[in-house]
Design a protein around this ligand. Structure first.
Ligand code: ADP
Ligand code: ZN
Length: 726
């Protein structure tokens, strides 16, 4: 009897062998199947390779079912294997990301819709009197066709109540909608905005790349507001004309309502979406629509890379420098890098987009591995904002305050001119540290190396790493002094409090992950700001991403030095990227924009780069500082995080691992040292860093190292290839 290999979505070493029951056709490689495993029924995928012919017949079980979904393509199977090998993860753990929920694999449930009844068909031929709204609905329908209620109302431009009323009146009868027929099809011929000359040139190059039907990577850069989105949407149109699927990755898809509106203006329909907040039914329908080629464009978070596109032609990674593309749990991978791999395996074009590309990507463009396109000016008449530093040493804020007089003055002027202002501080909550004035005790998380952050609105102290929360104590837990606990330093809530005192008239909006938790709140915030119902926006890093607020002319950065402290080699690069993005929110329409950076260290190269606007020179200097030590992107890096609940056990395991570290030409192992966040969720963490020259393949070294090391029970070793901080 025929045998085949089935990969299961579990962290197992490889595929398992199964038997095809007598009389069945052998399902093709890639088929989704149900198989038994130790008393359970599991979904899996028929994998490549030969089953072991020597395995005795009695050890083999039969596959139970072949599911009615298109088989997983060879290019996605290769991708699963590639990611597993690169990240040193079990292939099944990666497959799991490509499987979605089991229910997506079941035959789709059919949904109820409407079609014309006999009476409706007579009315459509003009018999009897009809209201204008009902007439429009009948005009929108073909006899015999089934329509979803909402889609029908939208098509006819009437309310859903009109459709229901017509059903009650017997003009429509219910019928089953063909499964999945209601996924939107973006229309590439739908007219988009007229592109400016620079945009046209870049769009033509991207169209050519998308039409080539071959792998290639292009870096699209351009100042904030230069219209990069419209340019790459043109490449999406080309991909659609080629009849292939396009995938757009955004770092904060759930908050990207403005982006979605633009997509809809460009293509006449919204795209299919993929992110963690999709409901389970939509998730299932979307997965299936992608697998069946019914979702021509999908916009998603990093996990969308693992969707089963049958013929992927284009991948766009917008804001490619964003650390949100890095998944830090489970299979640890960077979606930006894996997008390039996915595109290569699919024979697709890949476009990386950013106003402030990562050093990795810039280096790839410089060496010619990636093509590069640049938009040098803002779209329309807008110029770039004017950036200046406020030297806090010379004009410090008042005691206990955080906004210096020049910044307060600038906000006042802006508001008086009827324009909008934004205060940016990348810190949630009220105060990042709570200190006892009597004994000096600092409130820290019991589970993590982190201070507890006061959230005054919720009256709690919270850990931003493990979610621990406790009420703000009345007295110091150390010395019992009453009322001695004092908040130190600002978070956005505290800036908002100060703004309320300084600008009581201004209508203020705080934009942080606790006030803007999802798409609905983001859409409402965008609407209120566009409608000028808000004068002053106070926000964390969520205000930095992609927003286009035409009436916003002033951005004040409350603490431009934040993020530069600490030993992370990549801190300067990340700070420049973040602050440049925030600054880019100012002056995007006719009125010129202004950016003020409050700093205690105004001579810092990061601030000088932001003021001069010469980010290229800054990145060059960054590159030169990393080259001699073979730091990324001039060398390879992998972190091993050793963790245990017991601190001594973590130390011992890390030390033992260090003793068996690989010794090879061009390879160096640093540590063990306390990991960033040496205590996280109750586990003590130590880190070993393997640094290698670019020409060294680190995965075989790591694999061999880990196979040699005996890891005691209770100790976990996580491999992070290309760590974000180092
Ligand atoms: P970037 O992504 O480079 O920061 P955007 O693509 O967000 O820039 O464009 C900035 C603003 O200019 C957006 O509101 C966009 O709709 C508008 N815009 C860009 N290009 C055009 C165009 N060719 N015609 C009309 N509006 C445009
Ligand atoms: Zn914690």
């Amino acid at each position: 009897m025929a045998r085949l290999r089935v990969l299961l979505p579990l962290p197992l070493a490889g595929a398992y062998d199964y038997r095809v029951p007598a009389g069945w056709d052998v399902p093709p490689v890639g088929s989704f199947v149900v198989v038994p495993l130790s008393g359970r029924q599991l979904y899996g995928v028929v994998w490549d390779g030969e089953a072991d012919p020597d395995l005795p017949e009695r050890r083999l079980r039969d596959i139970a079912e072949v599911l009615p979904v298109p088989p997983m393509t060879a290019s996605l199977r290769r991708f699963v294997e590639w990611v597993a090998a690169y990240t040193l993860s079990p292939p099944g753990a990666v497959l799991r990301m490509a499987m979605s929920s089991p229910s997506a694999l079941e035959p789709p449930a059919q949904k109820a819709g409407w079609r014309l009844s006999a009476a409706g068909q007579r009315a459509a031929r003009g018999e009897g009197r009809l209201t204008e709204a009902r007439r429009r609905v009948l005009d929108a329908m073909e006899p015999g066709e089934v329509y979803g209620g909402a889609a029908l109302a939208a098509e006819a431009g009437v309310s859903a109540g009109v459709v229901r009323g017509m059903a009650d009146a017997g003009l429509l009868e219910s019928a089953l909608l063909p499964a999945g027929a209601d996924f939107p099809r973006p229309d590439p011929a739908h007219p988009g905005p007229a592109l400016g000359p620079e945009q046209r040139a870049a769009a033509a190059a991207l169209r050519e790349a998308a039409a080539a039907r071959a792998f290639g990577v292009t870096l699209l850069t351009g100042v904030t507001g230069s219209g990069k989105t419209e340019v790459y949407l043109d490449a999406v149109a080309e991909c659609l004309e080629q009849g292939r699927q396009a995938l757009v990755l955004l770092p904060e898809i759930a908050l990207s309502t403005q982006w979605l509106e633009r997509f809809e203006r460009r293509f006449g329909t919204p795209p299919a979406l993929w992110h963690s907040e999709l409901g389970s039914r939509l998730r299932r329908d979307t997965w299936r629509a992608v697998a069946e080629g019914r979702a021509p464009v999908l916009v998603g978070a990093r996990s969308a890379l693992f969707l089963p596109f049958p013929d992927l032609g284009l991948i766009i990674v917008d804001e490619e420098h964003e650390t949100a593309f890095k998944q830090e749990e489970g299979v640890i991978y960077n979606a930006r890098d894996m997008a390039v791999v996915r595109a290569r395996l699919a024979g697709a074009a890949c476009v990386l987009v950013s106003a402030t590309p990562s050093l990795e990507t810039l280096t790839n463009a410089e060496t010619g591995r990636y093509a590069a396109l640049h938009l040098p000016t803002r779209h329309g008449s807008a110029g770039l904002p004017d950036v200046a530093v406020i030297d806090q040493r010379r004009t410090p804020p008042e005691r206990g305050r955080f906004l210096s007089p020049p910044l307060v003055e600038a906000v006042r002027e802006t508001l008086a001119a009827g324009q909008q202002a934004m205060l940016f501080l990348n810190r949630r909550g009220y105060a990042p540290l709570t200190l006892c004035r009597s004994c000096g005790h600092r409130m820290r998380c019991p589970n993590c190396t982190a201070w507890l952050v006061e959230h005054r609105v919720r009256r709690t102290l919270q850990c931003h790493h493990c979610g621990h929360a406790e009420p703000i104590p009345e007295s110091c837990p150390e010395c019992a002094a009453e009322g001695s606990l004092t908040p130190l330093g600002p978070g956005v809530e505290r800036v908002q409090e100060e703004a309320a005192l300084l600008f009581p008239e201004a209508r203020r909006l705080v934009m942080a992950s606790d006030t803007i938790p999802g798409p609905a709140a983001a859409a409402e915030a965008a609407r209120a700001i566009a409608a000028r119902e808000v004068d002053l926006i106070i926000g964390t890093q969520i205000v930095a991403k992609g927003w286009h607020f035409p009436h916003l002319t002033l951005v004040g950065v409350v603490d431009a030095d934040l993020g530069l402290a600490g030993g992370d080699l990549r801190a300067a690069e990340r700070t420049v990227q973040l602050l440049h993005q925030v600054a880019g929110r100012a002056g995007r329409a006719e009125a010129p924009g202004r950016v003020l950076l409050q700093s205690w260290n105004p001579g810092h190269p990061v601030l000088e780069a932001l003021v001069s606007g010469d980010l290229d020179s800054f990145m060059q200097a960054e590159a030169e500082s990393r080259r001699p030590g073979h730091w990324p992107p001039f060398g390879r890096l992998a972190a091993l995080i050793v963790s245990a609940e017991d601190e001594r056990e973590a130390d011992r395991a890390a030390r033992d691992l260090g003793l068996t570290a690989p010794r090879a030409e061009g390879v160096e192992v640093l540590g063990p040292a306390p990991a960033p966040l040496a205590l996280l969720r109750g586990r003590h963490r130590r880190r070993l860093l393997l640094k290698a020259r670019r020409d060294v393949a680190v995965q075989p070294l790591l694999r061999e190292w880990l196979s040699r090391a005996g890891v005691p029970a209770g100790v976990r070793v996580q491999v992070d290839v290309d760590p974000v901080s180092f």
